[in-house]
Structure formats: structure tokens, C-alpha cells
Design a protein around this ligand. Structure first.
Ligand SMILES: Cc1ncc(COP(=O)(O)O)c(C=O)c1O
Length: 421
């Protein structure tokens, strides 16, 4: 047999070069420099096929869904429900009726807080979260606990940025926990939590679980049915889809025992002046005209990800994660928060005497986009004894060359900041 023309690594590299070409925004310049977009945990860029799917929808099929009998209404409804089925398939959920479209992960958490937990949570009971949760998976529970006289407790995070699993087990068995909500992946540390283990711990006590998958879906396969959680939430814009749409994926029996949380059109079967008969889930939780174009664009993003060979994203991104870690540890005085070995390519870092915002502004002048501040995770920053950090968060279209450019820009920025001080 003759030798293969290209090595595995070369094929992988070519594949991700092609992937990158799908993203027009990545080709632009910022302040006269080639853009290095390392703010993917905030939001990802969009591939052409997502932009084209949404454009096509508005040009040819635009109509309201579930209401009309004319051709466009039927097409729009088919596209919208087709998007629900595509998303379910992508997330490993056999039943698309468990997928409720929302405005995003935040709204999906609020939906569960208000429609599921609010009628069940009693004074003195506990909602368990973690010290690494995004504010979206903290504040809705805080508000609910205050309203019900319940307690919010948090599983601690260790110095490596990992959850204290023994602590979680103790809390789940030692307190009257009504729901355990935790992130699949930390948006600050990049830590990938042992989701199946955490769900199993809670299930052993009959405690329902909500997994915040906002930072997972662009990087890891999600097998909702196999995970066994009750609720999983995510946002399209963090996985190459449009803003303004996300979803709650839930076990069907959970949705069926939930009352609606918002009233209006679409979520009813029959309305009189006195009362209404509500639609079955998922429509019961989708009051008003939904974001149809958003759903269509999101489905295109799912198809885009599904078209990549199994394991390719993880292999590419774990190489990026290692390169990023190496580049950062080579900078004297720089401290990366958390150091889980298998973490995704996110690094939040601090430097003594350097304000994260100043550094992000200097990096921006070099064409490098990073996030500065607390990244909606103030308790986690406090845990690490800092009020904020700079965060570089990568995605499948980023390259080793960009990491080198970022590291050089970082050195130059630190030099300039030191001179300015
Ligand atoms: C871990 C995590 N959860 C939830 C959210 C909220 O997502 P959205 O603002 O799209 O609702 C984010 C956004 O940064 C996040 O990183």
C-alpha cells in the first residue's frame, strides 16, 4: 500500500482552515490589525450557512407559525418545528417535545425557577448551586429563595478550579435540597464538570437537576437522554447560532407537571373570557410569536457542527487549550485562575498591578478581542481573591498562530502599561 499523502495532523489542520473560511467576521481588521477573536465565551461568530439560512427564511418563507393555513405559514411552521427536531437530535434528546425555545439560557433558567420550582419550594428548603456558576444560574434562584424563605447554598470550588465532589455529596444528603443547578463548563475557568457523576449523586437522593450548558455546546457532545438530568439550558449564540434564542431541554414528565409561566397566544388551545385551556408542552411555555428565523439559524449551526467528524472539535481545541496554557505560563507574574487538566480552551488571568480593563484595551489596539471584568461570575472571582480578570476564550476556528499573535500582543501591552505607569 502506498503512503498516505497527508498525515492525520495535516488533514485536521486543513479541515479547520476550511471551517474558519466559513466565518466572514474573522477575516476583518481591527485598528489596522488582523482580528484575533478570543471572546468566544461571550458570544461566537456566525458561519455563512447560518447567515444564509436566516436570510433565506426572511426572503422566501417568512410567516407566523402554528396559525395560518396558507403556504408560507405552513413552510414557516415546518421550518420552526424542524429546527426543534434538529436541536433535539444534536443534543441527544429522542423527544423533540422536550425542547422549549426561549430567548436564551438565562430565560430558560428563569422558566424552570418560576414554572417548576416556585410552586414546590417551601420555607427552609435549599436550592443548591455552585461557587462557579454564572450569575444567570444564581440570581434567579436567589430571587426565588428570598420569595419563598428558602436557602441558597453553593458547592465550593478548590484552588484548581474544580468542584468539591465530597462537599456536593454531603450537601445533597445533609440538607433538604429541592433542586441542584450547576454548570456543565465554567465560563471563567473552562473547567468541565463531571456532570454524569453530579446528576447521579442528586438522583440517588431523588433531587432534580438543572445543568447550565451555555459554555458546553460549542465544545463537547451533549447526550441529554444519557445524562439523565431533568433540565438542560443553553443559548444559540454561544454555539455559532444567532442571538435572542436558546432553549430549555427537559424530561417530558417534568414539563407535563409544570404550569405555564407566561400567558398569551400560541400557548393555549381554547380561551373564553373566564378561563383558558393550555396547550401541551413545549408550546405551553412559548407564549407569543417565537423567534422563527433564530430557530432556523440555530438549526443551521447544529448541522454545521454535526457535519464535522466525531471528536475533531475536541482534538483541535485541546491542542489549542494546551498551547494557550503554555503561552500564558511563559509570561512572568501572570496567574491563570484554575488549572483543571481537561479544561476547554478558556483562560482567565490576572497580573499584579495590572487592571484587566487596561490590559484588554491595550490588547484591542493590537487587534485582540478578550473580555475583562468579572464575566458575570463575581462569587467565583472572590473565591480566587480577585475582583476581575482578563479572559481569553477560544473556539473551533481559532489557530495556534493566533495564540502566538496574542502572546506577542500581550507582552507588548504589558510593556506599554509598565511604561505608562
Ligand atoms: C455558563 C453560562 N451560563 C449562562 C449564560 C447566560 O447566557 P445568555 O446570556 O445567552 O442567556 C452564560 C453567558 O455568558 C454563561 O457563560
Amino acid at each position: 500500500m502506498s503512503e498516505a499523502l497527508l498525515s492525520e495532523a495535516q488533514i485536521q489542520r486543513r479541515l479547520f482552515e476550511l471551517v474558519r473560511e466559513e466565518f466572514p467576521a474573522l477575516g476583518r481588521q481591527v485598528h489596522g490589525k488582523a482580528l484575533v477573536y478570543f471572546d468566544n465565551a461571550a458570544t461566537t461568530q456566525k458561519p455563512l450557512r447560518v447567515l444564509e439560512a436566516m436570510d433565506r427564511f426572511y426572503r422566501a418563507h417568512n410567516a407566523n407559525v402554528h396559525r395560518g393555513v396558507h403556504a408560507l405559514a405552513v413552510e414557516a411552521t415546518e421550518l420552526y418545528e424542524g429546527a426543534r427536531a434538529t436541536l433535539a437530535r444534536f443534543l441527544g434528546a429522542a423527544d423533540p417535545r422536550g425542547v422549549v425555545f426561549t430567548r436564551g439560557a438565562t430565560e430558560a433558567v428563569n422558566l424552570v425557577a418560576q414554572a417548576y420550582l416556585a410552586p414546590r419550594l417551601k420555607p427552609g428548603e435549599v436550592v443548591l448551586v455552585t461557587a462557579m456558576d454564572h450569575h444567570s444560574n444564581l440570581v434567579p434562584w436567589q430571587m426565588l429563595c428570598r420569595a419563598r424563605g428558602a436557602r441558597l447554598m453553593a458547592v465550593p470550588v478548590d484552588e484548581k478550579g474544580m468542584l468539591d465532589l465530597e462537599g456536593a455529596a454531603r450537601m445533597l444528603t445533609g440538607y433538604p435540597v429541592r433542586l441542584f443547578a450547576f454548570p456543565h463548563v465554567s465560563n471563567v475557568l473552562g473547567t468541565v464538570n463531571p456532570v454524569a457523576e453530579l446528576i447521579a449523586l442528586a438522583r440517588a437522593q431523588g433531587i432534580p437537576t438543572l445543568v447550565d450548558g451555555a459554555q458546553a455546546a460549542a465544545h463537547l457532545p451533549i447526550a441529554f437522554d444519557r445524562l439523565g438530568c431533568d433540565f438542560y439550558v443553553l443559548s444559540a449564540h454561544k454555539m455559532f447560532g444567532p442571538t435572542g434564542i436558546g432553549a430549555l431541554i427537559a424530561r417530558r414528565e417534568r414539563l407535563q407537571e409544570m404550569e405555564p409561566w407566561q400567558g398569551g397566544g400560541e400557548m393555549v388551545l381554547e380561551v373564553s373570557l373566564e378561563e383558558s385551556v393550555f396547550a401541551e408542552p413545549p408550546l405551553r411555555f412559548e407564549a407569543g410569536t417565537p423567534n422563527v428565523a433564530g430557530a432556523v439559524g440555530w438549526a443551521a449551526a447544529c448541522e454545521f457542527l454535526r457535519a464535522l467528524p466525531e471528536g475533531a472539535i475536541q482534538a483541535h481545541e485541546s491542542a489549542l487549550s494546551r498551547a494557550l496554557q503554555e503561552a500564558l505560563t511563559a509570561i512572568p507574574g501572570l496567574r491563570v485562575l484554575g488549572e483543571q487538566p481537561g479544561k476547554i480552551a478558556i483562560a482567565s488571568f490576572v497580573l499584579e498591578g495590572v487592571h484587566p480593563q487596561d490590559l484588554a484595551l491595550f490588547l484591542d489596539l493590537e487587534g485582540v478581542a478578550v473580555r475583562s471584568g468579572h464575566h458575570c461570575a463575581q462569587p467565583l472571582h472572590r473565591r480566587f481573591g480577585v475582583s476581575g480578570s482578563c479572559r481569553a476564550s477560544l473556539a473551533l476556528y481559532n489557530t495556534p498562530e493566533e495564540i502566538e499573535a496574542f502572546a506577542s500582543a500581550l507582552r507588548r501591552s504589558l510593556h506599554r502599561l509598565a511604561q505608562a505607569a
